[in-house]
Write a protein that binds this ligand. Structure first.
Ligand code: C2R
Length: 192
C-alpha cells in the first residue's frame, strides 16, 4: 500500500517536472510554402536564415493552382500546430501567397520568384510573380519582399516573432550591431 502511494507520488512529480520544462521551452515556428520543387533552391535561403536565429520551420511544396483543397487543409493544420508566421514563395502567376493569406489570419510574407524551370520560364525575371503577389485586394494583405528575396522574408519573419520572444529580439539586435560594426571596420572613407 505504502509503495503504491510512493509510486503515485513519483509519477505526479514526474508530470509536474515535465510540465515545468514544457512551459520553459520556447517554440518559435515558421511555415514555408512554395509552389513547385523548381523553387526549392531559392526558398532554402529562407530556411537557412531561420536556422541561424534558432527558429523552427517546416516546408511544404504545395500549389494553390494545382492542389487548392490540400493547400487549405495544410494551412489549417499549420495554424493548429502553433506556427505563427507563414512565408510563401511562388513564380509566374503567383496565387499561392494570396490564397494562403485568404485562408488564415497569420501574417503571410510573400516571395515573388523568378521561375527557373526552363520549360516554362518566360523571360519576365519574376516581375509577373511580384505583381501577382503584391497587388492583393483590400483586407487580405501579403507582406511582399523583393524578387527572389527569400532571405529577407526570413529576417522579416524573425522581426515579427521578436515582438513576442525577447531572446529573439536580443539576437536580432546583436545581428544588426554586427552588421554596423562590419560596415565601420571595412572603412567609411573612400580614396579615389
Ligand atoms: P513548375 O516548375 O512546377 O512547372 O512550376 C511555381 O512557384 C513555379 O515557380 C513553375 C512555377 O509555377 C509556380 N506555381 C505557382 C503556383 N503553383 C505553382 N505560382 C500557385 O499556386 O500560385
Amino acid at each position: 500500500m505504502r509503495s503504491l502511494f510512493g509510486k503515485k507520488r513519483l509519477f505526479i512529480e514526474f508530470v509536474l517536472i515535465l510540465r515545468y520544462y514544457e512551459s520553459e521551452v520556447v517554440f518559435m515556428k515558421v511555415a514555408i510554402f512554395f509552389g513547385s520543387k523548381s523553387d526549392k533552391d531559392t526558398m532554402k535561403k529562407a530556411a537557412d536564415v531561420l536556422k541561424e536565429f534558432g527558429i523552427e520551420y517546416k516546408a511544404f511544396i504545395l500549389s494553390a493552382h494545382r492542389a487548392g483543397a490540400l493547400l487549405h487543409e495544410t494551412v489549417k493544420k499549420v495554424e493548429d500546430e502553433g506556427f505563427e508566421v507563414i512565408i510563401a514563395g511562388a513564380g509566374l502567376a503567383a496565387a499561392l501567397p494570396g490564397v494562403i493569406a485568404g485562408a488564415t489570419t497569420l501574417p503571410v510574407i510573400g516571395v515573388p520568384l523568378e521561375c527557373v524551370n526552363p520549360g516554362v520560364s518566360n523571360g519576365l525575371g519574376g516581375m509577373d510573380a511580384l505583381l501577382s503577389i503584391v497587388q492583393m485586394p483590400p483586407q487580405i494583405p501579403v507582406a511582399t519582399v523583393g524578387i527572389n528575396s527569400a532571405k529577407n522574408a526570413a529576417y522579416l519573419a524573425a522581426e515579427i516573432l521578436s515582438i513576442k520572444y525577447p531572446e529573439l529580439k536580443e539576437k536580432l539586435a546583436a545581428f544588426r550591431k554586427k552588421l554596423a560594426d562590419e560596415a565601420v571596420a571595412s572603412g567609411l572613407g573612400v580614396a579615389f
